[in-house]
Design a protein around this ligand. Structure first.
Ligand code: ADP
Length: 247
């Protein structure tokens, strides 16, 4: 009897761990998928709005259909994210030496279409000389950057500015993602990294949102033994600070 109970306990633990890994996997891949879909959507929107030159009637019909389909996919991904919120979990990530400056530039590239469309400038600010390589999981740090840049764009105003800077610090680097958008009120600050939390002004500005982005970001940063914080002023802007250790 005691043996059986022990066996059941072990099996239960294994199932719990599997479930936890599944949660993280779905959460992270859905976020990535959503960001890529959004980049595609904005590109098509630029064609549809004739920002990139004239298009024929036939081209417009095909592009409109693609746009609608992307919207549907986006909704599906959002629902998947919501459904996936069952349990907290821990995932093991493989890490390797990574050129963070290149990774940042490459991730920024995904957002230039959206930034142009929204008339927001997205640029690299100060970058210290000789930023060292960081031992990290490239895919996961890309998710972090996608979320921070994506939010800076989402919660910004036309003619806004987003600047990304990188500094050397003791045993690591610090990344700054600065925007001059809607900001986060004092009373809302404590909740910003909570699952599903969205500020009232964010909901007004951008009704579609899961409130899972920063939660995922924090988990990834913590898995890398790093730190994330922010400072913000309502209607003035927000800066997120990410510290990543060298190894
Ligand atoms: P989502 O963007 O899907 O709502 P996130 O988890 O990425 O979810 O962000 C949680 C909340 O934090 C947002 O809803 C918003 O209220 C706030 N937030 C995040 N980034 C910014 C930013 N750059 N400027 C203002 N508010 C932000």
């Amino acid at each position: 009897m005691e043996e059986e109970l022990k066996q059941l306990k072990t099996e239960n633990e294994i199932l719990k761990r599997k479930n936890a890994a599944k949660f993280d996997l779905i959460s992270i891949s859905s976020h990535q998928l959503r960001t890529s879909l959004s980049a595609l959507k904005w590109t098509i929107k630029m064609f549809l709005d004739k920002d990139l030159g004239k298009i024929s009637k036939e081209q417009e019909i095909f592009l409109s259909k693609s746009y609608e389909n992307l919207e549907k996919m986006n909704n599906l991904v959002n629902d998947t994210l919501t459904l996936n919120n069952t349990e907290n979990a821990k995932e093991l990530f493989k890490k390797k030496q990574t050129n963070i400056v290149e990774l940042i530039k490459d991730t920024m590239f995904e957002f230039f279409g959206e930034a142009k469309k929204k008339n927001i400038s997205l640029k690299i600010g100060e970058v210290d000389k000789k930023i060292p390589e960081i031992k990290c999981n490239e895919k996961m740090i890309r998710v972090v950057l996608q979320n921070l840049i994506g939010n800076a764009l989402k919660y910004n105003n036309p003619k806004g500015e987003i600047t990304i800077s990188i500094k050397n610090i003791d045993n690591g680097i610090e990344i700054f993602v600065k925007d001059d958008g809607i900001g986060i009120g004092k009373e809302e600050r404590d909740n910003i990294f909570q699952r599903f939390y969205r500020t009232e002004s964010a909901k007004k500005k951008e009704p579609v949102g899961s409130g899972l982005g920063l939660y995922t970001v924090k988990k990834i940063i913590e898995d890398h033994k790093g730190m994330i914080s922010f400072k913000s002023e309502k209607n003035k802007g927000t800066t997120f600070f990410v510290i990543l250790p060298l190894t």
